[in-house]
Design a protein around this ligand. Structure first.
Ligand SMILES: Nc1ncnc2c1ncn2[C@@H]1O[C@H](COP(=O)(O)OP(=O)(O)OP(=O)(O)O)[C@@H](O)[C@H]1O
Ligand SMILES: Cc1ncc(C[n+]2csc(CCOP(=O)(O)O)c2C)c(N)n1
Ligand SMILES: [Mg+2]
Length: 350
């Protein structure tokens, strides 16, 4: 059915009603407003052609991430706008965790025909808003029919100025482990997920008042600092990762890649559960400290600095780097105890 592009977002109009071309036109029209980059790149060709073209001021850093309906988000928990924001946060965090300044992203979308067009436009708005907050442009995407919503975002960033990328393998004994700023205390996303799973506030936007509502909002709509990664690189970070699968799980990746032990100190203010976490843990019979150590989708930056360096703005110490233990073991130690079970998020859990 050929519809007036202005009518595609009307109530009850689905993707199958308008077809691929009208959907893409409507989405691209939403992005055009936001498709500029303020960072170290110029968009020579944006959405609408076969590919986007960027002129960059330094080495390209690129990463990709997929969100799957009912695995990474639920339509009864989150609006299209929230899913779009979360997709941008997740995919940009990976280039930021290399120390790159984010400049752009593309989004491939599998959309069942029964999806309301208005949901897709909300998604585009959320994506563009978060990309814009990072100074990045939405450069294009793709849509295809399928049985469930699947979003695959691919981000681009630029390493600005001298020095290389900040990988996972650069931590050395004697270094300091630091955690970057986030919009909410560490652990909030897992607490929010637990609230939503418990049904304590089913329905998008209706997670209830108080602590449960606040942590559910963090889970649906994380707030991150998009300059934290590049700031840590400027401050001399020699290893970094974003906390996407849980602090212990992600710190273990740094420890193993670097051949060291990361010793986390629970007395660090950033690792102490917030009052909201304690309250929600009490309600649900959960362990607030465990949420801090295992919460995924936080996207705060965990970085390692040589000793004696000034901390990047907003970062706080959470531990130290030590050599492998006497038996050669590398990994994460929490308050002196080996964490052999990282917890946190993993696909295909055993
Ligand atoms: N299917 C794949 N093909 C090629 N490389 C992959 C594939 N899956 C993962 N990788 C690579 O393995 C590395 C580790 O991936 P992993 O998903 O653990 O980290 P990540 O990208 O930081 O994930 P997260 O989304 O949790 O932040 C990355 O460099 C990633 O590009
Ligand atoms: C419906 C629903 N169930 C569970 C979760 C929790 N969750 C999904 S993926 C992930 C880690 C990052 O994934 P990846 O490593 O793939 O980037 C987490 C913590 C959610 N968000 N929505
Ligand atoms: Mg990552």
């Amino acid at each position: 059915m050929a519809l007036d592009p202005g009518a595609v977002s009307g109530a009850g109009v689905t993707v199958a009603d308008v077809g691929e071309d009208a959907l893409v036109r409507a989405v691209v029209a939403r992005l055009a407003v936001a498709s500029t980059t303020t960072g170290p790149a110029r968009v020579l060709v944006g959405p609408g052609d076969d590919a986007a073209v960027l002129d960059l001021d330094g080495p390209l850093v690129t990463s990709t991430d997929t969100l799957v309906q009912d695995v990474d988000f639920r339509l009864d928990w989150s609006s299209g706008y929230e899913v779009g924001r979360k997709a941008a946060v997740q995919v940009l965090a990976d280039v930021e965790a290399m120390g790159a300044v984010p400049v752009g992203l593309v989004l491939a979308l599998v959309v069942p025909g029964s999806t309301p067009v208005s949901w897709c436009l909300d998604l585009a708005d959320g994506l563009a808003a978060e990309a814009g907050a990072a100074g990045a442009a939405v450069l294009g995407g793709d849509v295809a029919d399928g049985g469930a919503l699947v979003l695959t975002g691919t981000s681009s960033g630029v390493l600005v100025g001298p020095g290389g990328p900040v990988g996972r393998g650069g931590a050395r004994p004697g270094d300091v482990v630091v955690l970057g700023p986030a919009g909410a205390p560490l652990g909030s996303s897992a607490a929010g997920l637990a609230v939503l799973l418990a049904g304590a506030g089913a329905g998008a936007g209706a997670a209830g008042a108080g602590a449960a509502g606040r942590v559910a909002a963090v889970h649906r709509s994380p707030v991150v600092d998009h300059t934290a990664g590049p700031r840590a690189r400027d401050a001399g970070a020699r290893a970094m990762i974003d906390v996407s699968d849980g602090l212990v799980r992600d710190a273990t990746r740094v420890a193993r890649a670097s051949g060291v032990v990361l010793a986390l100190d629970l007395a660090s203010p950033a690792l102490r559960p917030s009052a909201d976490l304690h309250e929600v843990a009490g309600l649900l019979g959960a362990d607030a400290q465990e949420w801090v150590l295992t919460s995924g989708e936080e996207h705060a930056m965990l970085a390692v600095l040589p000793p004696g360096r000034a901390l990047p703005d907003g970062f706080t110490p959470v531990g130290q780097v030590g050599p492998p233990e006497d038996d050669g073991w590398t990994g994460v130690v929490v308050d002196g105890v080996r964490r052999t079970d990282a917890g946190g998020w993993v696909h295909y859990p055993s």
